[in-house]
Design a protein around this ligand. Structure first.
Ligand SMILES: [Zn+2]
Length: 446
């Protein structure tokens, strides 16, 4: 009979992941009582150190480790963990435990035992009583969870639906814990000096993708980060989600031949990035990251209106709009073809450069439409062998949702125009060829 299965509760799953990884087990169901005893030993070693105790104040206030009036901390913690293990009942078909739902809680647990429980008005869990029903197995798991927390001002807890993300992230954190144990230099939860949770999340994900050479591209991983404190002054919790299309994009882009250009796109997201040293990057707000988290377009960071150039190429931007913005193939292709035709008009018509300026200045759907209409007339005047776009192109692919999404169409169109025309614009003296670095720090979605 299994002691553990994934529960969906982030604190319990974190602990299960720690026990599993610590003992080299592949699945939670394979964890046995001895595996739990193994981790108990490590907790007694690690948690009583000065640095870890400091971290634990904001996880388990007033527990044997963090309550200053408890003198025999080691004995008390040992007894507490042993009682939990001894109290584990066989798994049933149901139970009142809020996490696993398959065992009963032997005693009420509170925020000494489980972070963010038992506060009056606490909204994270759907009850307001002082205390929460957690069975002994799940409570034990939660005691192990700090080994995979990440220090980021407050603490960060990462939770994912992907077993592999959980496994490798836990492995990464535990290698840090093991390093501390081996050197007897305890410095607390894994800390890389990040204080900005969004930047930390992207760093963690990119680090995982880089360090563990897996086939990440097929992984449909969504990731949620809990940035929290459980201090006596009152709990605090913020949640950050990385959508699975963004995860897929990040894992793929790593292998893209234009990966260095993707890094330039990211760099453009830092406000005043040029003035900063490497250390300051870590914690300054990045508009590319925040837009990706919030489901906003970052197309604007792939091109530069000032010197009419692009970062990356069509294949890179195409992958982004397809994976992250869920743009369909036909729409992407229609915009590319329209871009190529408009580029031809710009090169050959007397009105060409004016039209480019009008597109760049379009502030809304109506502006954009009226420039397209003028381009349509230019195209007729140039005796093009087919219309610039058909009614179907217009209603189904350029503006499938009417006024909604017009900006994405325009941004992708401008990207294509600059990609095709940049060399010509330089040769015409319209723009001056610049060094590789484009202006950085522009607002996304502006
Ligand atoms: Zn349980």
């Amino acid at each position: 009979m299994a002691i553990f299965r994934w529960t969906g509760n982030p604190w319990v799953d974190a602990g299960i992941s720690v026990i599993q990884e610590w003992n080299g087990k592949d699945r939670p169901e394979m964890i046995g009582i001895d595996d739990m005893r193994e981790v108990s030993g490590a907790l007694l070693d690690v948690y009583l150190s000065e640095a870890w105790r400091k971290n634990l104040y904001s996880v388990f206030p007033n527990n044997p480790v963090t309550n200053p009036s408890v003198k025999n901390k080691k004995e008390r913690l040992e007894a507490f963990l042993k009682d939990l293990i001894d109290g584990i009942a066989p798994e049933g078909r149901q139970g009142n435990c809020m996490a696993c739902g398959r065992r009963d809680a032997l005693s009420g647990k509170n925020r000494m035992h489980i972070p963010l429980t038992g506060y009056e008005g606490s909204h994270f869990f759907s009850y307001k009583a002082d205390g929460a029903d957690y069975c002994e197995a799940c409570t034990f798991a939660v005691q192990c969870s700090p080994l995979m927390y990440y220090s980021c001002g407050k603490l960060l807890l990462l939770h994912s639906n992907s077993d592999r993300v959980m496994k490798y992230w836990t492995r990464r954190c535990l290698s840090e814990v093991n390093r501390q144990i081996a050197s007897r230099k305890f410095t607390g939860c894994f800390d890389e000096k990040y204080t900005n949770p969004t930047n930390a999340l992207f760093h963690i994900i990119q680090d995982l993708i880089l360090t563990y050479d897996e086939q990440w591209t097929g992984e449909d991983a969504s990731i949620r980060m809990y940035h929290f404190t459980n201090y006596n002054q009152g709990p605090d919790l913020a949640i950050y989600d990385l959508p699975s299309p963004v995860f897929r994009f990040l894992s793929y882009v790593r292998q893209h031949r234009k990966y260095p250009d993707w890094c330039r796109v990211v760099r453009r997201g830092y406000a005043n990035a040029r003035k900063k040293g490497e250390d300051e990057y870590r914690n300054s707000r990045n508009t590319v990251f925040t837009a990706l988290m919030n489901g906003q377009s970052i197309l604007r960071c792939f091109y530069d209106t000032g010197n009419k150039s692009v970062v990356g190429d069509w294949s890179l931007v195409r992958f982004y709009v397809k994976e992250v913005l869920s743009m369909n193939e036909k729409r992407i292709e229609t915009i590319r073809r329209l871009g190529d035709d408009i580029a031809e008009i710009i090169r050959t018509s007397g009105n060409g450069r004016r039209r480019l300026g009008q597109l760049e200045r379009a502030q809304n759907y109506a502006d954009f439409r009226s420039v397209l209409l003028r381009l349509m007339r230019d195209s007729v005047a140039l005796k093009a062998d087919r219309p610039l776009f058909s009614f179907d192109d217009y209603s189904e692919y350029l503006f499938p949702d009417g006024a909604m999404g017009w900006k994405e169409t325009l941004d992708l169109l401008l990207f294509r125009l600059y990609e095709v025309l940049h060399g010509w614009l330089v040769s015409e003296g319209v723009v001056v060829e610049e060094s590789d670095d484009v202006e950085e720090g522009e607002e996304v979605g502006a």
